[in-house]
Design a protein around this ligand. Structure first.
Ligand code: SF4
Ligand code: SF4
Length: 56
């Protein structure tokens, strides 16, 4: 299980610093989550203004 960031992401970067395992990085036009590192904690979803991180 891992969270994924949908195309709704506006690239604000708010989630990046919230991730306890630094699994979020800036991608091409949006932020992306490394599924191998994600702990499924939901912290990124809690700070996202547009609800882009979603549990798979
Ligand atoms: Fe990081 Fe938690 Fe979001 Fe996974 S769910 S990317 S561990 S903040
Ligand atoms: Fe994208 Fe939401 Fe993360 Fe901002 S907080 S970079 S909109 S996923």
């Amino acid at each position: 299980m891992a969270y994924i960031i949908s195309d709704d992401c506006i690239g604000c970067g708010a989630c990046e610093g919230e991730c306890p395992v630094s699994a979020i990085s800036e991608g091409d036009g949006k932020y992306v989550i490394n599924a191998d590192e994600c702990l499924d904690c939901g912290a990124c979803a809690g700070v996202c203004p547009v609800g882009a991180p979603q549990a798979e």
